[in-house]
Every structure is written in C-alpha cells, then in structure tokens.
Ligand binder design. Structure first.
Ligand code: SME
Length: 165
C-alpha cells in the first residue's frame, strides 16, 4: 500500500507547513531502504515528530515478557524503558492487539505517566501474523490531539514497519 497521496491533510507547524503525505513518503523510502533495524526505527521516530502535535514518539519492541524501548524522539527521555505485560496504555494495546487512543490521560487509570505535560496518547501495535511484535507510542501535549486521520496514518506506518521488523 502506497502512503503518498493517501492522507491529504496539511498541518501548520513551528517551522512551516507539514503534510502527512510528505512524512509518509519519507517513511516509505527509509522503511523500504534495507537499512538496519535500529537505523529505521530511529528515523521513523524523528520523522513522525515532524507532525506538530506529536510531542514524543517511541517504538517499543516485544522482548520476553514485556516491552523494551528501541528508539525514541522527543524533548526528554522516559524512565519507562521497559514496560511489563499488561501495564499502561502500551500494555493495553498489546493485549487488545488494536490501537488505543486516550483523549485525556489524566482520566484513564491505565495510564503510566512519563512526562508531566502529556495530555493525550495513541498506541498502535505492530502485528505479524496477528501477533504483536512492537508498538508505536505517541504522546501529545495537546488534549484530545489524535484524530481519525492520525489513527489511519499511524496504523499505516505500523503496517509498513511490521514488514521489516
Ligand atoms: N504512557 C505509556 C508509557 C510510556 S510513556 O508514554 C513514554 C503507557 O501508559 O503505557
């Protein structure tokens, strides 16, 4: 599935305008480049953060009985570099094998706090033959930041990335 021309919306960021499609085009290129896994996941985090309301982006991989942070991009590091099975929004997305969007993290008892400024979060699992192998976790400083376009877009990224992880 091609990402380019799929998402349409243009967003106004600090450094001018950015569209989901131009981010998708760059992601598609690197994901299909044959580069090493860590280089790809680092790039994906950095690139996704160009979307103005994506404040912190991380990729967790399933390792043993939990999730381990493989790559991240954002204003600060998280203390949650390992998340045990079933904990947090990340754990919920793994159990449900489906995207979890939390419009207000302060109202969700499952939420594990990483950053004081986070107001909403989206977690998208990467499935391989129906089994979660990793997750994309995005925190936003904006309340209720994640739209249906974000869900479709990040699910597309997850599907692309799952094919090379
Ligand atoms: N908030 C996540 C934990 C990871 S941090 O957002 C980086 C959760 O509830 O699972």
């Amino acid at each position: 599935m091609k990402g380019v021309g799929k998402f349409g919306e243009v967003l106004a960021g600090e450094k001018g305008k950015v569209s989901y499609d131009e981010v998708a085009a760059r992601l598609e290129k690197i994901i299909r480049s044959g580069s090493q896994r860590k280089a790809i996941t680092d790039f994906v985090c950095r690139e996704l953060r160009k979307i103005p309301h994506y404040t912190w982006v991380g990729i967790y991989v399933v390792e043993g009985p939990g999730l381990v942070l493989a790559s991240w991009s954002g204003p600060s590091a998280t203390l949650h570099t390992r998340i045990p099975v079933g904990q947090g929004i990340c754990g919920a997305a793994m159990t449900e094998k489906a995207t979890v969007i939390v419009p207000d993290v302060n109202k969700d008892p499952r939420y594990l706090q990483c950053f004081i400024n986070t107001r909403s979060e989206i977690v998208v699992p990467l499935l391989k033959d129906g089994v979660p192998v990793a997750e994309i976790d995005i925190d936003s400083d904006q309340l209720d930041a994640f739209t249906p376009t974000d869900k479709t877009f990040v699910e597309w990224v997850a599907q692309e990335l799952a094919s090379v992880l």
